[in-house]
Design a protein. Structure first.
Length: 390
């Protein structure tokens, strides 16, 4: 296994947000790299947070800041070219635009669209969102949502009528999947769940329990492993978060049943074992996860990659798990936890254009204990610059 040594630590940390926003300091046990300069060649002129990183010691540090509050089950985050973000709310079917404008209480939040035909029940509703790689030209957004009949993917321009491009994904009160993301190949990847019907995950003819790869028009993408099929990988129980690292490798976070939740490196035609196996089984028929946790410590939904880090947001575990990657896409050392029990249930994790991470809470989803300002949108910056420029 090829692995680079951890990057050197740095001792200063800044946060890009209004000075009135509160910042909290936390630690994680990974090493992170020197920050890259802005495209203009100069580091940003940002206010210093209320607590600063201290040098030395085994732990690394991060600042978390509340960007927005009063949301309702924010499920997914996708960034626009102007640095603002689109955020889906699962239960009411709304798309919110968050930022880039700000006010005294954080970033400006305004509803921009409600998706018709959303039938929110259990874990279903308005789920994933992705912005077209050519958004500056085509102004197109893609959404994944639950209807009375199925889960589906639609494309739209904000304010316009959604056009379904992929329908018939199995639905249920649980295991609806819902992740969307564009790869470097400009194809749209879609994560689905088994909808509580275990045999679907190993059935290549079913869209359930899969990661799908389609064109922006909803057709099976060229080069898929099964002829005329959108299926890219199979044997999944319930995948929600998708991410790609700097080397263009794909990862997914998956809910286990009672024993292990997983992080998998996703490959063309890979079979990840469900329902035959759960977690690292050592069965040559299936691909083992690169990381696993007891479900009580994880039940993670969102996933983001920033340079050499993978970060996932956990619902039942109420924390972020932070993983550093080797040159081959395996783990360097052990995962570290961050924000544990600080904000309750954590769901979406997205890498922002400035290198920071945006994280959503999910305390209004029927399984949490919401505080007065829940649900919240957080910005997390690592002290080493890898999760946000210092």
């Amino acid at each position: 296994m090829s692995a680079r040594p951890p990057y050197p630590r740095i001792h200063r940390l800044r946060v890009a947000l209004a000075a009135s926003c509160a910042a909290l300091l936390f630690t994680a046990g990974c090493s992170f790299g020197e920050p890259e300069p802005d495209p203009a060649g100069e580091p940003p002129n940002l206010p210093t947070p209320s607590a600063s990183a201290s040098p030395g010691g085994a732990g690394q540090q991060a600042v978390a800041t509340v960007l927005a509050k009063g949301l309702r089950v924010p499920w997914a985050i996708a960034f626009l070219p102007d640095g603002g973000a689109l955020v889906t709310e699962r239960d009411n079917g709304r798309i919110l635009q968050v930022g880039p404008e700000s006010g005294p209480d954080g970033l400006r939040v305004r509803p921009v669209q409600t998706i018709p035909d959303v039938a929110a029940a259990g874990e279903g509703g308005l789920l994933g969102i992705a912005v077209s790689p050519d958004y500056a030209r085509d102004r197109t957004v893609f959404v994944y949502y639950t209807t009375e009949r199925d889960n589906r993917v639609a494309r739209l321009q904000l304010g316009g009528q959604p056009t379904p491009i992929l329908t018939g994904i199995p639905k249920a009160n649980v295991h609806n999947g819902g992740g969307l993301g564009f790869g470097s190949d400009k194809q749209l990847y879609v994560s689905t769940g088994d909808a509580g019907q275990r045999p679907l995950s190993q059935d290549v003819k079913s869209l359930g329990g899969k990661i799908l790869r389609i064109t922006p028009d909803g057709k099976p993408a060229a080069g898929n492993p099964y002829p005329n099929s959108p299926v890219w990988s199979l044997g999944h129980r319930n995948v929600q978060g998708l991410a790609w690292d700097a080397a263009k490798r794909m990862y997914a976070v998956e809910f286990g049943q009672n024993t292990w939740d997983e992080i998998n490196q996703i490959t063309k035609g890979g079979n990840y074992g469900w329902p035959e196996v759960e977690g690292q089984a050592g069965d040559k028929r299936f691909t083992d996860p690169i990381a696993q946790w007891a479900t009580s410590d994880a039940s993670c939904s969102g996933l983001a990659a920033t340079d050499r880090l993978l970060v996932t947001g956990c619902l039942r575990g109420k924390r972020l798990w932070v993983m550093e990657l080797t040159d081959t896409g395996t783990l360097l050392g052990q995962p570290s936890e961050l924000l544990t029990n600080r904000y309750g249930r954590l769901r979406a994790v997205a890498a922002a254009p400035d290198g920071s991470l945006w994280v959503s809470t999910s305390n209004h989803d029927g399984r949490g204990d919401p505080a007065g300002d829940d649900d919240r949108l957080l910005r997390v910056v690592f002290a080493g610059g890898d999760g946000g420029r210092s």
